[in-house]
Unconditional design. Structure first.
Length: 364
């Protein structure tokens, strides 16, 4: 039974200013045993609640900072100002014309409304390491993150999320041999200096002779709400009897970008964006939960398990059952680990060479 408060929260979620939801990809919606709290942990205002297989967003407290969209491994939450596709397009436009690029907080007011030298975002917290890597690998060797009065901003608590993204990007650059510099500039702190021309000096330092290549984004409108199904099962289970699966755009874009420099690195890569699944064959009973609930389809079970599954049955006895896995589709959400009834699965750092294998791995 849906309570009045839940109904109000669901309505508020639809009215969240610049946030769209894809609940079918949320691991907590897909299975109650999931332990992911990434979006709730990232939200600086406590505006997100995930419980009882539902996502609730309090529009009164949501400020559209976008921190939750960066934290969510499956893109169950998406920013619409700009969308990832729009932001990537803007980045490509700028990087093609200059080796210097800046993402600018909408509240920084560094430039006039008609100044098109920046990629404007609602808050720098919605920039992730994948978009920064895309910028660097498409010509931007110098990247700046420009913010305004962070201390007085309603999104002040999101600053720690920005710092995490910067650290992750630098690790990514080190791991993959990407040569790019990233600077964070607080324009208000810089203006505290005596020079009345500080803004101009900062622009000159950051951009030099950068041409007007970037485009200022405008707020997108949320997609109209689809008719709500009667039950949660109807909303998640497709006509085929399977849960909807999809690889996030962030994952696809980063894989494509890293493919261009795949010969640069070897060994494992510590990242939250990709993972490697391991299965303990002595514990796995081929129940199929991991592959059924996997939100991206990275893990697939081939064949039908015995009914009922028998603990301790060797994989030789069940030779018709195999598990295939694609590291490039794994977003390390941890759902497979959480729901395995026998704790037969574990997630590890991925080996870079395996990200680009054409054929899936046969785990056993």
């Amino acid at each position: 039974m849906v309570t009045i408060d839940q109904a109000i929260n669901a309505t508020n979620a639809l009215n969240a200013p610049h946030l769209a939801t894809q609940p079918e990809f949320c691991v907590r919606v897909r299975n109650r045993a999931a332990t992911c709290t990434a979006c709730m942990d990232a939200c600086p205002h406590g505006a997100i609640l995930v419980e009882d297989n539902e996502i609730f967003i309090d529009s009164e407290h949501c400020t559209s900072c976008g921190a939750c969209t960066v934290a969510c491994p499956t893109e169950a939450l998406l920013t619409t100002t700009p969308t990832r596709t729009a932001a990537s397009t803007l980045v490509d436009t700028v990087a093609a014309d200059s080796s210097k690029l800046a993402f600018c907080c909408s509240k920084a007011k560094l430039h006039a409304a008609d100044d098109s030298r920046f990629v404007d975002v609602e808050c720098l917290a919605q920039i992730d390491e994948a978009l920064l890597a895309h910028s660097a690998l498409n010509g931007a060797s110098s990247i700046a993150l420009i913010s305004g009065k962070c201390a007085k901003c309603i999104n002040a608590k999101a600053e720690q999320n920005i710092e995490q993204t910067i650290r992750r990007f630098r690790i990514l650059c080190t791991s993959w041999g990407i040569e790019a510099t990233l600077n964070q500039v607080n324009i208000e702190k810089s203006q505290s200096a005596a020079s009345p021309n500080m803004r101009r000096e900062i622009l000159q330092e950051l951009f030099g002779e950068v041409k007007n290549a970037a485009i200022t984004t405008t707020a997108a409108t949320l997609m109209p709400k689809e008719e709500q199904p009667k039950t949660l099962a109807h909303s998640l289970i497709q006509s085929s009897g399977n849960l909807k699966k999809g690889v996030p755009l962030r994952t696809i874009a980063l894989s494509n970008d890293l493919f261009t420099i795949r010969d640069n690195v070897h060994g494992t890569w510590q990242t939250r964006l990709f993972g490697q699944v391991r299965i303990d064959t002595s514990l796995c009973t081929h129940c199929g939960k991991c592959s059924f609930f996997c939100p991206t389809g990275a893990l697939v079970q081939i064949g039908e398990p015995p009914r009922p599954p028998v603990m301790g049955v060797s994989h030789e006895q069940l030779a018709v059952i195999t598990h295939e896995f694609r590291p490039s589709d794994c977003v390390r959400c941890g759902l497979c680990e959480d729901i395995c009834p026998h704790q037969a699965l574990s997630l590890e750092d991925v080996e870079t060479e395996k990200l680009f294998e054409l054929e899936p791995q046969t785990l056993f």
